[in-house]
Design a protein around this ligand. Sequence first.
Ligand code: 13P
Ligand code: SF4
Length: 322
Amino acid sequence: MDNMCSKGAKESPEELKKQILELKKQKNAVILAHYYVNGEVQDIADYVGDSLALAQKAAAECQQADIVVMCGVNFMGETVKVLCPDKKVLVPDTEAGCSLADSCPADAFKAFVEAHPDHTVISYVNTTVEVKGLSDVLVTSGNARKVVDSFPADAKLIFGPDRNLGSYINAQTGRNMLLWDGACHVHERFSAEAIAKLKEEHPQAKVLVHPECRRPVALMADKVGSTAVLLKYAIESDAQEFIVATEAGILHQMRKSAPHKTFIPVPPTDSTCGCNDCSYMKLNTLAKLRDCLVNERPEVTVSAEAAAAALKPINRMLELSK
Ligand code: 13P
Ligand code: SF4
């Protein structure tokens, strides 16, 4: 397979896809992709989904594979490795970090948790494996409400690291969870003003908002939800136009699933690139995916100790999501 390794070579997408499919079969590999990666990477994946669905796939359906490739960001690769410890877990680019996970360093979060010993700790999956290990249960944007609802109304809860998802759940449930002050730089770019302007131009359009967006943006929404929830709503709704406030990768599946409908991305307010891309997610390319299958690296590694600590809250989340 050495002749497949790229370094500088410029193969066509078709050639790369052919090689990926061959390698996948030869190496008994499964490819998972998040809705935010490039469309062509989504199209070649075995499973495309939101963070919850990908964790569920890793737990259930990747067990027959020898290699699992996670096309997403590093915390997703770590989650797969924790759930599939005996598999070789690969990521196309180890530079694929996450500003939200970065906004919650494990040592600072540990001090926060220790300062509130009577609180149960609920963390978003967008965290490092170390932060997961400090948590009692994890959530994704797809199941946060359900997991939080599983605790008594008067339970003392810490929610980290996303202050926007946390305050959305607080508002939904009437709770007063203690929030870690973290955020995703992509979702914080959206403004209520930009949505109001688009609504003037498209008065019939439904507004779809990811809960990582700020509160005033969520208040403009017809539907707030994870990428999978927003996609389902767009497919099932009678509306023909949708204003979409989340990372632009989801538009690929929306347009594919409902080609006759119109999807309008909300322009970000303070982005130098002028787009809604998560630059980390966009590091996943067909060429890097092919190379990682050829080289069987970069490989995700998680220490046994960190994996054991993280597995408990991940499994608790998966149990509560059934
Ligand atoms: P979901 O996959 O839960 O919609 O989360 C979005 C996200 O930011 C993943 O990085
Ligand atoms: Fe992280 Fe935001 Fe990118 Fe999701 S969109 S991976 S939360 S930086």
